[in-house]
Design a protein around this ligand. Sequence first.
Ligand code: ADP
Ligand code: MG
Length: 267
Amino acid sequence: MNASAPVPAQTTGREAVIRVRDIVVKFGERTVLNHLDLDVFRGEILGFVGTSGGGKSVLTRTILGLVPKTSGTVEVFGENLDDLSERERSALERRWGVLFQQGALFSSLTVKQNIQFPLRENLKLSQRLLDEIAFTKIEMVGLKPDVAEKLPSELSGGMIKRAALARSLALDPEILFLDEPTSGLDPIGAGDFDELIKTLQQTLGLTVFMVTHDLDSLHTVCDRIAALADGKVIAQGTIETMMAATHPWLRAYFHGTRARAVQAAHG
Ligand SMILES: Nc1ncnc2c1ncn2[C@@H]1O[C@H](COP(=O)(O)OP(=O)(O)O)[C@@H](O)[C@H]1O
Ligand SMILES: [Mg+2]
């Protein structure tokens, strides 16, 4: 499938909550995204893969409006982000949550205060309600209530990721952006985190855009996969579609030594 091929039949008729069209992003002379198109459908977990340094984080940040694009459009919930007033824009931003690659929490704030940060910025709530929400989110991501009063420096890597996830869920978003959420975790920690994402998607009806290079994640949690190479989406579909793709990078990635081990594990 080439970049300009129509969206596969199995996905037509579904609502694209994110529509990226003809996006070009350049840094100086270097073109990172080169007329890229992508849809993310309501309720799915889309795994976004590609070469390291290929522009996965740049695309994520472009969708979020954090990187200026040269041309192209990004629509979220049917709204062209370039057409929004500041007020409409912040209303829309409250409908998505983001967990960046570094997943950084504010180091001087407790977990509870970190989770409450976006709530305080956006809403006027009593301290009692703020606490209630923080404890709900802490439970939702599988942490014990006693982490609420801890500082990030007192937590393990996996706990920090969960706390950062709790913060990204503070405003009950409909879309969750995750940039390599399991990087830095051991395989068991990564598997547990993947399972949590899947559970949250199913119970909260989230749409998830997940940048990952983790083959286990692609097999176990992603409903669909899109692959980036040469600044474009070169293939998209199920894991089976990706395995059958002929592009050299996809063949190397999905049929390499690591891929064979993962496939054996997933039967
Ligand atoms: N703000 C920036 N200024 C200049 N170059 C950048 C900037 N952000 C990313 N890049 C470059 O864009 C390319 C894609 O980066 P990135 O999206 O982070 O890759 P990855 O696919 O690994 O997430 C890299 O070559 C990176 O150096
Ligand atoms: Mg990246």
